[in-house]
Design a protein around this ligand. Sequence first.
Ligand code: NAD
Ligand code: IPM
Ligand code: MN
Length: 357
Amino acid sequence: MKKIAVLAGDGIGPEVMAEAVKVLKAVQKKFAVELSFTAADVGGCAIDRHGEALPASTLALCEGSDAILFGSVGGPKWEDLPPAQQPERAALLPLRKHFDLFCNLRPAKVFKSLTAACPLRSDIVGEGFDILCVRELTSDIYFGQPKGRDGTGLEERAYDTMLYTRFEIQRIARMAFEAARLRRKIVTSVDKANVLTTMVLWREVVIEVAQEYPDVRLNHIYVDNATMQLVRDPHQFDVLLCGNMFGDIISDEAAMLTGSMGLLASASINKDRFGLYEPAGGSAPDIAGQGIANPIAQILSAAMMLRYSFGWDEAAAAIDRAVETTLEKGTCTADIAVDPSRAVGTAAMGDAIVAAL
Ligand code: NAD
Ligand code: IPM
Ligand code: MN
């Protein structure tokens, strides 16, 4: 029996989470595996109900679970709170830090049936591309100290610190090389070593780690060039190794190149393979409450949970295939539909994936 903490969060979070749970319940039947689901509040809804974004009871539930399935947090309603109390900073980042979820895997793959939804020219996208973003998730300018604000008038200042230790770079680089070994064996390390001292160390350590993996090719690319090359020729990339900040930006770009933010799943794991699984996108306030959000990123995140935290590769692959089959049949939500008048809603998409399973 695997215990799953279900933290749906805000905006489209609960809408897409319902579909992921539906799919997991179908997997339970098909593969005769046992899962338990316990929901808890996190993010803005937790602020509204409990006065804080990450209540102690929610954290305790996560600690007693085998994995966390996470929706998304944040939205306009909580944007005027002091920054330290906002859902993203007070719930999601502390969860990542608390469980030392340093490795964020974001696979950006174009489904063959969705090449028309890709915003790139058809001669560029071709038969599609398959990129894995390996993003460091618990350090960098997100967490580096000091952070703060002081001064007054025109002397008022605000600062964040970009900081990496050798240990932190080594462990995320090893994850990228290990992942590349199971793929096309190319790691492209994204940095800004021409300007930032942090990134000089980043490049040095990545080169050292590469010595342990002579079978994997290592390339380096500056982040500005990387964003451009992703649009010009995404096929050149296999594994993109990024720090926290650059990985955040690059993974949104990669997501959209696959057709929609609503397709990009993600796994945030620690050294023991405990993980938090969440779509790379956010709470999508512009479409929340309409029942039209794409649940695929959440469903594929659930598949990543089965694969990385539970080792249930067969069940995970079955979900991946069910998503692919459903898309091949032309069932699409509005964000990826070529003909929006034929788009289905969130729940119908979930039902179609369950049927394909
Ligand atoms: P967003 O990812 O929520 O939305 C960006 C665009 O992508 C929107 O047009 C949205 O409609 C679309 N989109 C996202 N997911 C979709 C889906 N499943 N189906 C169809 N379309 C989808 O980014 P944002 O607007 O910058 O952020 C909104 C809020 O979400 C902010 O408060 C932000 O901090 C938060 N956020 C949370 C997470 C998280 O909890 N993991 C991640 C990113 C952003
Ligand atoms: C993501 C999100 C988060 C991040 C925010 C909501 C803190 O954008 O998971 O990509 O910046 O990591
Ligand atoms: Mn992001």
